[in-house]
Ligand binder design. Structure first.
Ligand code: SF4
Length: 383
């Protein structure tokens, strides 16, 4: 424990008082939902690496489609991925689905409310178990993620290892309101003690904070590599050609995307270009019009807009379809246009003027190991 810190309940008291006045209104905190372990679990998994404003429409749509563990367990994986499409980090959706099936098989369809049983399920680690059990079951368990590590490190004035932060949070935890305490830390990290330029003047813990600002970075920021990706938009009437990523793909396996091209085609200019940052890669992805002839027999399928409502698309494919064809999230059955792919250009006229598919593209279509596309997930901060 940290010798010079407040060992009493002063920290919890100040934090809880602030939380009661400033807590964010979120759908999973609505009356009835906060005590539902399933809804808390879904929200916590969605919030990993993802900002709350992005999560809200996905959460609402997801729990409407899968209102309980049994509904999620009984759904095909493609339907779960389709509901997750655009949220990124699809491993989370697959783990959620696998855990739901395990809960039905081994726990009678009820989320088990012990730390040992929860952390034995796919995709549930110490953080998620602590959050679910403290919020939905009132158990005095810490929920320590990157935000909490940042807050506690600043409070003591030096970078701390996760274990030291967990021990400190455990000492502060309010035994009567552990869920509120953990959520207060989450909200403080999301609204006040931000990664950059924390709003210390509004912080309820300012009086006991050693840093009162950012700590020097542990290591120099890594150099960001520039990466280019190219895709073909192939149309036949009102339909587009998509291919399904192989089940063995390291990322986004089984999801549908536009046809990747191995290189930038010589002509014409791209229909749209999007940018995305993921870890230390700055990815620029462009889409080019290409003709439909010669597509017969290629691995993939033709889809109309209506048919895509329940198809798990990669976030990039979804964004390209929006940017080039105007296929809106609503029309495609999605609730949000949120995406971490930001447009740099989306010229008009994308609905016509196909060009030849470059020979290299045909080679790619026939290849057993297509070029890896950029992922959907990214370096978004949580909450
Ligand atoms: S005073 Fe500033 S740095 Fe310290 S915990 Fe509050 S917001 Fe974070």
């Amino acid at each position: 424990m940290l010798s010079h810190m407040d060992h009493g309940d002063g920290t919890a008291r100040r934090l809880l008082a602030w939380y009661r006045r400033h807590r964010r209104t979120l759908p999973w905190r609505a009356p009835g939902n906060a005590g539902d372990p399933y809804r808390v679990w879904v929200s916590e998994v969605m919030l990993q690496q993802t900002q709350v404003a992005v999560v809200i429409p996905y959460y609402e749509r997801f729990v409407r489609a899968f209102p309980d563990v049994a509904a999620l367990a009984g759904a095909p994986e493609a339907a779960v991925l389709a509901a997750w499409s655009g949220l990124g980090y699809y491993r989370r959706a697959r783990a959620l689905h696998a855990a739901a099936r395990a809960i039905v098989d081994h726990h009678g369809g009820q989320l088990p409310l012990t730390y040992a049983a929860l952390t034995a399920l796919p995709g549930i680690g110490a953080y998620t178990a602590g959050a679910v059990l403290s919020i939905a079951a009132g158990q005095a368990l810490p929920a320590v993620d990157g935000n909490v590590i940042r807050i506690v490190s600043r409070l003591v004035g030096r970078h701390l290892a996760p274990g030291a932060v967990t021990a400190q949070v455990r000492a502060w935890l309010s035994p009567r309101h552990p869920g509120d305490f953990n959520q207060a830390l989450m909200d403080l990290g999301a609204t006040i003690c931000l990664p950059r330029q924390p709003a210390c003047g509004r912080c309820p813990l300012r009086g006991q904070c050693a840093a009162q600002g950012e700590l020097p970075p542990l290591r120099p920021r890594s150099v960001r590599h520039q990466v280019e990706r190219h895709y073909a938009l192939i149309r036949r009437g009102a339909r587009v050609f998509l291919r399904q990523r192989p089940a063995t793909a390291a990322r986004l396996s089984g999801m549908w995307e536009l046809l990747p091209l191995p290189a930038r085609p010589p002509t014409p200019a791209p229909l749209a270009t999007l940018r995305h940052a993921i870890t230390n890669h700055a990815i620029t992805a462009s889409v080019y019009a290409a003709p439909a002839r010669g597509m017969r027999g290629e691995p993939g399928r033709w889809f109309s807009q209506d048919q895509l409502a329940d198809v798990p698309l990669t976030g990039l494919a979804r964004k390209f379809l929006q940017a080039t064809l105007g296929w809106t999230p609503t029309a495609l059955g999605w609730t949000s246009a949120a995406s971490d792919w930001t447009p740099t250009s989306a010229p008009a006229g994308a609905r016509s003027a196909p060009s030849r598919v470059p020979r290299a593209a045909a080679a790619s279509r026939n290849s057993a190991t297509p070029s890896a596309p950029p992922g959907d997930g990214g370096s978004r901060r949580r909450r």
